[in-house]
Design a protein. Structure first.
Ligand SMILES: [Fe+2]
Length: 389
């Protein structure tokens, strides 16, 4: 599917808002890439291409002079909204990626962000006390020059900051164009948000980090009883870049009767990390049908969710009959600005850690607060089945 998104489309798709970057000390234009570290990059890239319909666009590996690891750049969507997944896995047994994978399993190592001025961001981040992992520097090849730097986020997660305004290659120097289109229709057109799970008591520290270091603002707040079930509870706050293109909900466990899903994540990821990536789609029904046909498993939503008269009244009219949502287990939430449709996959890899959300927004700028209880109860059924509750 070839779609080019206008600003209006982005407003609808991911909640873009107007923002003046000149007054922003750490302006962020949008996502640059989600860099995965996995145990088998070759197969994972194949999975994203055949199951999610992503296009393979560039490659780095021994054949291109990179003897350390494989890197596959896959994209979904078009124009400013296009999502880049970079899937990396060790070739050299001594690669740092091998150790990263041994510790964390398959996961997100880097949430790279596009910024217009890397040096200005790093100067500000340094003054605000951030840990600078890579000082600003140029990397060049025959396609031009990228200005790049990196700061530490929660756990071993990094934020690489990228200014690619003087670069015309497919991704970064070291990567060569390699075209292999995804099979069939693409499932998602943009990245809506990436959720971070942090340790008990650390959420406010990370919210403060995104405020102080990156100039992010609060979007919404869900605390305590909103998202407590009998067994688990969590606290969650959402920070976003000035234009709302980049949204980071941050979760920490809260005291429940038993182990929460956040505790389970922290144990199996061996620390804080990216919990889920919300993929924005213009047609969640078609997306779910396609993914299910390809064998992707979703969290089950009980029929009672759809039959609850209170919920029916609250969600009001949506673009398809509720029966169509019920058939697929798609959740609905509504707030004063509109509604959203969402569904969650089971964990992506072997460990009960990172997973995906599909989200179709219709005006709502929320995150599905009204669904948290139904969702958590579904997650807990899975946790119980794994013997981790
Ligand atoms: Fe989400």
């Amino acid at each position: 599917m070839t779609v080019s998104f206008s600003k209006d489309d982005l407003r609808e798709l991911v909640g873009l808002v107007a923002h003046d970057p000149s007054a922003d000390e750490f302006p962020v234009t949008g996502w640059d890439a989600v860099v995965w570290v996995v145990g088998n990059a070759t197969l994972t890239a194949h999975y994203f291409r055949t199951v999610y319909g992503m296009d393979l666009v560039a490659y780095s590996g021994p054949e291109t002079g990179n003897r350390d690891h494989h890197g596959y750049l896959l994209t979904s969507g078009e124009g400013d909204a296009a999502v880049r997944f970079v899937v990396t896995g060790a070739v050299d047994p001594d690669s740092p990626l091998a150790e990263h994978h041994r510790r964390h399993g398959d996961g997100v190592g880097d949430i790279a962000l596009r910024v217009p001025d890397v040096d200005r961001c790093i100067e500000h981040a340094r003054r605000a006390g951030a840990r600078i992992l890579d000082e600003p520097h140029d990397v060049s090849d025959e396609h031009g020059t990228v200005r790049i730097a990196a700061i530490a986020a929660y756990g071993d997660t990094r934020h690489t900051l990228v200014d690619r305004s003087r670069y015309h290659g497919p991704y970064l120097p070291g990567y060569q164009a390699r075209h292999q289109p995804g099979s069939g229709e693409q499932v998602f057109q943009a990245l809506d948000h990436v959720v971070g799970n942090v340790e008990l008591g650390a959420m406010d520290r990370w919210v403060d980090f995104y405020h102080r270091v990156m100039g992010f603002t609060n979007m919404a707040e869900f605390i305590g009883a909103d998202i407590a079930t009998d067994y688990s509870a969590l606290m969650s706050k959402v920070v976003a870049s000035g234009n709302h293109m980049v949204k980071f909900p941050l979760n920490e466990p809260a005291a429940g009767k038993r182990k929460s899903q956040i505790d389970e994540f922290l144990r199996f990821y061996q620390g804080p990390g990216a919990q889920h990536l919300a993929l924005a789609t213009t047609d969640i029904l078609a997306a779910v049908d396609r993914l299910r046909a390809a064998g992707v498993e979703f969290l089950a939503t009980p029929d009672s969710y759809y039959d609850d008269p209170e919920l029916r009244a609250r969600i009001g009219r949506v673009r398809v009959p509720v029966e169509e949502l019920k058939k697929r287990g798609i959740l609905v939430d509504r707030d004063e600005d509109g509604y959203l449709l969402q569904i969650f996959t089971k964990p992506f890899g072997d460990r009960p850690t990172v997973f995906f959300e599909l989200i179709e927004r219709h005006g709502s700028a929320g995150f599905g607060k009204g669904n948290f209880r139904a969702l958590f109860e579904a997650i807990e059924r899975e946790q119980a089945a794994r013997g981790n509750l």
